[in-house]
Ligand binder design. Sequence first.
Ligand SMILES: Cc1cc2nc3c(=O)[nH]c(=O)nc-3n(C[C@H](O)[C@H](O)[C@H](O)COP(=O)(O)O)c2cc1C
Length: 280
Amino acid sequence: MSATAAAAETIADLLSARYGAVDPPAPGPSNEVIRTLLNHRSVRSFLPDRALPAGTLETLVAAASSASTSSNLQTWSVVAVQEPERKARLSVLAANQKFIRDAPLLLVWIADLSRLERLGQARGKEMEGVPYLEAFILALVDAALAAQNAVTAAESLGLGCVYIGAMRNRPAEVAAELKLPPNAMAAFGLSVGWPDPAVRTEIKPRLPLSLVLHRETYGAPAEAEELARYDAALAEFSRRNGMGDTAWTPRVLQRIGTLAGLTGRDRMREVLTAMGFGLR
Ligand SMILES: Cc1cc2nc3c(=O)[nH]c(=O)nc-3n(C[C@H](O)[C@H](O)[C@H](O)COP(=O)(O)O)c2cc1C
């Protein structure tokens, strides 16, 4: 179903799709922002020849800049890549994913401590907090919040997006391609473009509220039963979308239950250290 078709759906329909019809919550307060958020789906098929309207990039980055940021430190940057050759080279570094080449815009979100480091250097002040793991976490959180604001902005305009964690498969080579300074790391990419209307996308069900929403304290009662119901809903989603009948559990076991599932990212600490991050 296209994003436009979904716009006619009720909030109850969107909630039902979001939870694979497994105990969706009753509709609460809603508006167009909530509708856009509930309607999210990753888009991996883009119209390669349809350009983004003038000013889109700046609008998305202004939305990103509007996200909250730890202590207003703003430890993120974004590199906008539009040159086909550079996108093609980056796609090779990121598991050869075709949509990186097809989408007119690739945004690479940078966990960026380099600006603070330069600021310290300019004032002859050692930035004692920079070489700590906490600073790196802060930069990653800032980059993620900024990027997600851009995604919501893009989707509200009818554009499609997909994040690219594979941009971390070969972080040093990505950094070289983007000429990143030390203390800056490509946290993930984001392809942005017009969804190909010929390719149907569907809202992917998420874990039920009962598993992710804990009231007052953490508790996981009936987790096994709830996961079994979610597995069935996701398997059904996979079947409908020509992805076999894989449920959630087997995917998790493959993705995070094996080192192979880390696709080379098991050496992250070593690589980050070489890129200048202290991670103390
Ligand atoms: C940080 C991050 C990295 C991701 N990396 C990739 C990727 O490299 N390739 C891909 O096809 N999808 C990638 N995704 C998209 C997820 O697979 C997708 O969001 C998830 O399966 C849920 O589907 P949905 O976004 O359609 O709801 C990534 C998502 C996030 C948040």
